[in-house]
Design a protein around this ligand. Structure first.
Ligand code: ADP
Ligand code: MG
Length: 694
């Protein structure tokens, strides 16, 4: 008897389309467990390297196909091994005009066995320039060609899908599974109402899935992509609109605006608020005066003075008889906040008591603070995660503030908001400058205030790109500053996406700097896996450590006015906005500060990109450049923002987002509970489970 494999169904596990257990685990890492997931996860891009180009005509950065003879093929182990690199396979391709192109593959030693010297091959990839000018392709796709040289490449150079991958997977494998899953596509429910599809000229879902995975032309791919991006944004925006509607019906205690309170605050804060601070404060006051809870994101560059805005809100809440909490991601930040809030508030508002709650305190101290909060005796509790522990309660919580809100998960933010009896007003602060479109797309359930102005009187930070042969001058600068009593940061990048390897790299570098470069200086090391990181940071804040070596994941969002050098290794691995964040850690005191950008791979394009940081001082402008150059997803970093790269790309056309938002609002006006759109409701639910949106 012939056994036919039954047609796959949408909710079947991926194994029904021939996925082996090991690959099943790999796919699960990408969030793909069912046939449906396989179908809906389109390639994030397609690449066509085009017809073969003569080597003499290649330009740096070009996506190209090259055909020629492979010269010697050599596989070796790397001399230095910091990144988990096992093998390097190198060869040279010589084309029919006798021009040569270097090719190199990492950890693919099978390549050295497949390509024999003298073989005729096609390679396709991005053309790069090596340090000394020669051209090279890194890990290109390749194909062995017929030795007669008459036939061109069959697959290399054609349209190739780019799927998100983890180690062990390849685009080729995914294409095969998707092809086997394709018969199920006709069963996919369409979450877009037909009239929306018609108005915007969008493909039905099954067709979009088919053309998205197996397009024959660039046009087909574009149409498929547009449909899928629209749908994703539509699901998110409908979800946000639903949340906004629900929030609007939740009861919160209004905090009435009082002119005398803000006047007292302004008189005591110690400086004149900037125009941007006043605007943000006013926006928050208006929200808090309503009977629905405020849900606002305060987005302002490092050092733009977000704390003062939060403090004004705390004062207003206090005047209405309500308490506030401010949660920060680390104990050091919490302590610094405590200092700021006290200096901004306690003198002007004598009965406004500010307390600290962190896990590092003695049990007796914590008990005292808990009692003060529960009795309503203190008006503001500043703290860390300790604030969301069960035994902490407030008598009358009116305002919850979260600083560096991306460092907390949805659940943690929710727990904080649940500390009062009713729903408190909520203010989230972030120092990642997020352009407006992106904010609407990922924080669509919140209102956004932007502080786009720095307080006056700051000495700008001198930013320089340091080329590899100038490294010693960078060290000299650090030494010079330290000799004058200043302090310096040295930041190491995340290599290979893992804090483990970054920690290792930072540790190795730390040892090297300590023994060979700065043996006379007091140095400290912090990385995410270090238990005593708070301890080290404290010593740096106190001035006991002169040079602090840190990885990027470590919160350096602390105020160390005495630090005047920010040296960033592997600066080319960071986004521009992120580099700007680091730079914001210096230049806080009176002394002139320096930011030094060192690149691992100082190609012309890299230097060009880094130069932008030396020229642009506005975080929002840099964020926009970053988005233009690297895409929106990068800007938010590894946070789960619940949006695919495709949808992120779609945000580059702001009008698309506007259209989607209007459709979402319209739909909810007609069907507020989505009872007539169960497929959409189900899709939204699935999506929200995957994201950190509250
Ligand atoms: P961030 O937005 O990064 O949290 P902070 O609130 O920590 O910034 O403010 C950075 C520094 O600027 C603090 O020392 C603060 O006292 C000061 N500052 C804030 N607003 C003003 C202002 N309007 N004028 C002068 N200094 C200000
Ligand atoms: Mg801050």
């Amino acid at each position: 008897m012939i056994s036919l494999r039954a047609a796959p169904r949408l909710d079947d596990p991926v194994t029904v389309v021939g996925v082996k257990p090991a690959d099943r685990a790999h796919l699960a890492k990408l969030g793909i467990t069912t046939v449906r997931d396989l179908l809906l996860e389109l390639p994030y891009d397609w690449e066509s390297y085009g017809a073969p180009t003569p080597i003499a005509q290649l330009t740096v950065g070009q996506h190209a196909t090259v055909v020629g003879e492979a010269l010697a093929v050599r596989t070796r182990r790397p001399r230095f091994n910091r990144t988990g690199l096992k093998t390097i396979t190198e060869s040279t391709v010589r084309d029919d005009n006798d021009d040569e192109l270097g090719v190199i593959w990492f950890n693919q030693n099978f390549v050295g066995k497949v390509i024999t010297p003298g073989a005729r091959i096609a390679v396709a990839g991005v053309v790069k320039q090596k340090r000394y000018g020669a051209l090279q392709m890194t890990s290109p796709q390749f194909e062995l060609l017929d030795a007669t040289g008459e036939e061109g490449p069959r697959t290399v150079g054609g349209l190739q899908p780019k799927y998100h991958l983890v180690k062990g997977l390849s685009a080729k494998k995914i294409s095969q599974w998707v092809a086997a899953a394709m018969p199920a596509a006709d069963g996919l429910p369409d979450v877009l109402p037909p009239e929306v599809r018609q108005r915007h000229n969008l493909l039905p879902v099954a067709e979009a899935v088919r053309l998205g995975h197996q397009p024959e032309t660039g046009e087909e791919w574009k149409a498929a992509k547009r449909r899928m991006v629209f749908t994703e944004l539509f699901e998110l925006q409908t979800a946000f609109a639903l949340m906004r509607r629900r929030q609007a019906t939740e009861p919160a205690t209004p905090i009435p605006y009082r002119q005398d309170v803000i006047d007292t605050f302004k008189a005591g804060v110690g400086f004149e608020l900037t125009r941007a601070q006043r605007r943000a404060t006013w926006e928050a006051f208006q929200d808090m005066a309503r009977t629905a809870p405020m849900n606002r994101l305060l987005n302002g560059d490092v050092g733009s003075g977000k704390t003062a805005v939060a403090a004004a809100c705390v004062a207003m809440a206090h005047a209405a008889g309500m308490q506030s909490v401010v949660m920060a991601p680390t104990e050091i930040l919490a302590r610094q906040h405590l200092g700021k809030f006290r200096s901004y508030l306690e003198e002007s508002f004598p009965d406004l008591k500010v307390e600290l709650l962190v896990s590092g305190q003695s049990a007796a101290e914590r008990r005292r603070v808990r009692t003060a909060a529960a009795s309503g005796h203190c008006a503001l509790v500043v703290g860390t995660h300790a604030l969301i522990e069960e035994d902490f309660e407030l008598a009358q919580l009116g305002l919850a503030v979260v600083d560096e809100q991306h460092r907390f998960g949805t659940r943690q933010r929710e727990l904080l908001r649940a500390k009062g009896k009713g729903r408190p007003h909520f203010l989230a602060m972030t120092a990642t400058p997020i352009p407006r479109t992106l904010a609407l797309a990922v924080y669509g359930e919140m209102a956004v205030s932007v502080i786009d102005e720095l307080p006056p009187g700051r000495t700008p930070v001198t930013t320089e790109v340091v080329e590899p042969d100038q490294r010693s001058s960078a060290y000299a600068l650090v030494r010079g500053e330290v000799a004058q009593g200043r302090q310096a940061f040295v930041i190491y990048p995340l290599i290979e996406e893992s804090e483990k390897s970054a920690a290792k790299a930072a540790t190795v570098e730390f040892e090297r700097l300590r023994t060979h470069v700065f043996p006379e200086l007091t140095m400290g090391l912090v990385h995410g896996r270090l238990k005593e990181k708070d301890e080290v940071m404290k010593r740096f804040v106190a001035g006991d450590i002169q040079v602090l070596v840190a990885t990027a994941v470590v919160e350096v969002g602390v105020d160390v006015p005495n630090a005047t050098v920010m040296m960033i290794e592997g600066a080319d691995r960071f986004g521009l906005a992120q580099l700007h964040q680091f730079r914001g850690r210096v230049g806080r005191g009176a002394g002139r500060s320096h930011c030094l950008l060192l690149a691992d791979d100082p190609s012309a394009t890299t230097l060009e990109r880094l130069r932008l940081v030396t020229e642009i001082t506005d975080g929002f402008k840099l964020a926009e450049e970053d988005m233009r150059l690297r895409g929106m997803g990068e800007l938010l970093g590894p946070r789960q923002h619940g949006m695919s790269d495709l949808a992120m790309q779609g945000l580059r056309q702001p009008e698309l987002l506007n259209e989607v938002r209007q459709e979402a609002e319209l739909l909810l006006e007609q069907d507020p509970e989505l009872s007539r759109h169960p497929e959409l409701a189900a899709a939204i639910k699935r999506r929200l489970e995957l994201t950190s949106i509250s």
